[in-house]
Design a binder for this molecule. Structure first.
Ligand code: COA
Ligand code: AMP
Length: 639
């Protein structure tokens, strides 16, 4: 059977493979360039080549100004829907244009210039989106830090990005509590060596923050003054290869990786994805239920929908509890959403609360065409449940912070391919995905291996890590020469469908959030009573995975283990943040190790997940694994 017969996908993929520069050159025509690229791809530039070299452009212009100029000014650009604060507001493209050029002028007044970094530590409010676009407008490089990270993580990012200015809000609003952001930021600045000169603060009515005189400035006051003085800033021309943003993501150590996104390639790939992968048209409503702190938020709350002239939804709430598991249906119906993109964990949460879908009643989803899932493996149960409830195609797609858009997906715009549960379908044009063994040799269909992408990577993918070319090469390019290492493992079937089975490094995926167990182990080892430790990602029905820490106490520690375990849980929350969802530390007498001293985390995980496991041949003392099983059983886990 040729499963692709009705889709234009084979044609598009073959076009790209035959003539990559022709393919992307054509896609680039959908962007307004100040000066068109001189070369579509320059293999000699950058670490592995650069896209659209010589092109001069501005991302904010393409996301905002050009829609105003072409008559889309009165169309809604952003719908802000915040059940946690009881607020709904709509901003037209005209409004967005006004807000962004005013804020850009304020940033310029503080001396923020092309190439300067600006860190954003913001909740899901429209001002966060204005701030990202205002940076893009003046050629400054934004770096958004997710609000669920603790001061220590924020400080690491401040020290790496060395921002000239930081933009924040007084608080975030979670369903059960108001989270004061400003004290977290103050603490982070105290911890950091690269102290930003200026802080722009959005005071929210739920909790006002105190200000440091001279350093901190009130956004609303500056906005009012700028409007009164009619201050605006125009778009600054930037090279296609200039960075638009840095987004930090978990690496294999506690030190996050600063993924760089350029301007030109990013715009071209995202714009291509909207009609071809997501099948949406300008003017339609697109909703990515994520957070601007993650890559999904960057690409599909902010940039792609606006580049495409869609209406984007900024939802400050959760799939459940704000107020109930019908929140997503209400938003889809009320705002006429055509496509929703979220993580499977959100649907698992809804399914758990409302398995029969009773809360769908009364919501008209007639404009809703497709549900897209990514961020973690989409389990077939969840996909099938969503299909039954919503009666629309449910499309899994696979990508990473590093790529900025899908590596594999089911391109509904080109004509959807048949769904195979458990597979995010096929490689997108631009990606030559290969499954290889440890010697970088391609393996036959159906065989598991490391998933790599033949260089060069397509537009939008990271050209490097922020000021760390060597770390970029070492982390992604060294192990499999000629390829980019995704650090995911999986296989391809005889129809070319990819199956993504898990990471090959220490990264775990907790409720669609990417976290490093190595980073958590660094925190655990810092406890004065801990001799050694291991953190594993344990299967969880709701969040996909949750971390579980095992600790061995130093000889002579007489304090009760449960006290130390509690301190450890608090330490991870304080140093990494609540987003780590680290709630379980278990004290054991020893950790299972190989004879060469390597901790057998993989086997521990299998025991915790109640999966079949075999005794590793190199184990030092097999009895230790029984001890791990017993320790888990005592907590009602594993087996
Ligand atoms: N600021 C401050 N704290 C935050 C935060 C933010 N922006 N976002 C989350 N947190 C806190 C939460 O309050 C929670 O704290 P708690 O331990 O005190 O309860 C903790 O971080 C974990 O948050 P979260 O992962 O959101 O778990 P949850 O139990 O509150 O909700 C889900 C579970 C499944 C409903 C939720 O994870 C979700 O909606 N996921 C959607 C998927 C998604 O956004 N994926 C991103 C990539 S696409
Ligand atoms: P992030 O960088 O946070 O987007 O996380 C990227 C990682 O999430 C990938 O390397 C995968 O391990 C995982 N991931 C993302 N999407 C999928 C998917 N559709 N199926 C399986 N794993 C996924």
């Amino acid at each position: 059977m040729d499963v692709r017969s009705k889709s234009r996908y084979p044609e598009a993929y073959a076009h790209w493979k035959r003539d990559p520069e022709g393919f992307w050159g054509e896609a680039a025509l959908a962007i307004d360039w100040i000066e068109p690229p001189k070369k579509i791809f320059d293999a000699k530039a950058g670490v592995y080549g650069c896209w659209f070299v010589g092109g001069v452009c501005n991302t904010c212009f393409n996301a905002v100004d050009r829609h105003v100029a072409s008559g889309r000014g009165s169309q809604a650009a952003i719908v802000y829907d915040s059940p946690v604060t009881g607020t709904k507001r709509t901003y037209s493209y005209n409004d967005l244009f006004g807000e962004v050029r005013t804020l850009a002028a304020i940033l310029r007044d503080f001396g923020v210039d092309k190439g300067d970094r600006v860190i954003l530590y913001m909740p899901m409010v429209p001002e966060a989106l204005f701030a990202m676009l205002a940076c893009a407008r003046i050629g400054a490089i934004h770096s958004v830090v997710f609000g669920g990270f603790a001061p220590n993580e924020l400080a690491t990012r401040i020290d790496d990005a060395k921002p000239k200015l930081v933009i924040t809000a007084s608080c975030g609003v979670e369903p059960t509590r108001v989270v004061p952001y400003k004290p977290l930021l103050d603490e982070a600045i105290k911890l950091s060596a690269a102290k930003p000169e200026t802080l722009l603060l959005l005071q929210r009515p739920q909790l006002e923050a105190s200000m440091v005189p001279g350093r901190d400035h009130d956004w609303a006051q500056l906005r009012a003054a700028a409007l009164r003085d009619r201050k605006t800033a125009d778009c600054v021309p930037v090279e296609a290869t200039d960075p638009l943003y840095i987004l930090y993501t978990s690496g294999t150590t506690g030190r996050p990786k600063g993924v760089v996104r350029d301007n030109g390639g990013h715009m071209v790939a995202l714009k291509w994805s909207m009609p071809n992968l997501y099948g949406v048209a300008p003017g339609e409503v697109y909703w990515a239920a994520s957070d601007i702190g993650w890559v999904v938020g960057h690409s599909y709350i902010v940039y792609a929908p606006l580049l495409h002239g869609c209406t984007t939804i900024m939802f400050e709430g959760k799939p459940v509890g704000t107020p109930d598991a019908g929140a997503f249906w209400r938003v889809i119906a009320e705002h006429g959403v055509a496509a929703l993109f979220t993580a499977p964990t959100a649907f698992r949460a809804i399914k758990k609360e409302d398995p029969q879908g009773k809360l769908l009643a009364g919501h008209s989803l007639k404009k809703f065409r497709t549900l897209f899932l990514a961020g973690e493996r989409a389990d077939p149960d969840t996909i099938q449940w969503a299909e039954r409830m919503l009666k629309v195609p449910v499309i899994d797609h696979w990508w990473q912070t590093e790529t900025g858009w899908a590596i594999a997906g089911n391109p509904v715009g080109l004509g959807a391919l048949p769904v195979k549960y458990g597979s995010p379908t096929v490689a997108m044009p631009g990606y030559d995905v290969v499954i290889v063994d440890e010697q970088a040799k391609p393996v036959p269909d159906g065989k598991m291996g490391s998933i790599v992408v033949r260089l060069p990577l397509p537009p939008s993918c990271l050209p490097t890590l922020w000021q760390q070319d060597e770390r970029f090469k070492e982390s992604y390019l060294a192990e499999f020469p000629g390829y980019y290492k995704t650090a995911d493992a999986g296989f391809r079937d005889e129809d070319g469908y990819l199956f993504i089975m898990g990471r090959t490094d220490d990264i775990i995926n907790v409720a669609g959030h990417r976290l490093s167990t190595g980073g958590m182990e660094e925190v655990l080892s810092a406890h004065p009573d801990v001799a050694e430790c291991a953190v594993i990602g344990m299967k969880d029905d709701l969040k996909g995975e949750v971390p579980c820490g095992f600790i061995v106490l130093k000889a002579g520690v007489a304090r009760p283990a449960h006290e130390i375990e509690k301190e450890i849980v608090t330490m991870v929350r304080d140093r990494i943040g609540p987003v780590a969802a680290f709630k379980l530390a278990i004290t054991v007498n020893r950790l299972p190790k190989t004879r060469s001293g390597k901790i057998l985390r993989g086997t521990m995980k299998k025991i915790a997940d109640r999966e079949p496991w075999s005794m590793p041949a190199t184990i030092d003392d097999p009895a230790v694994l029984d001890e791990i099983g017993t320790a888990l059983k005592e907590r009602g886990l594993g087996g």
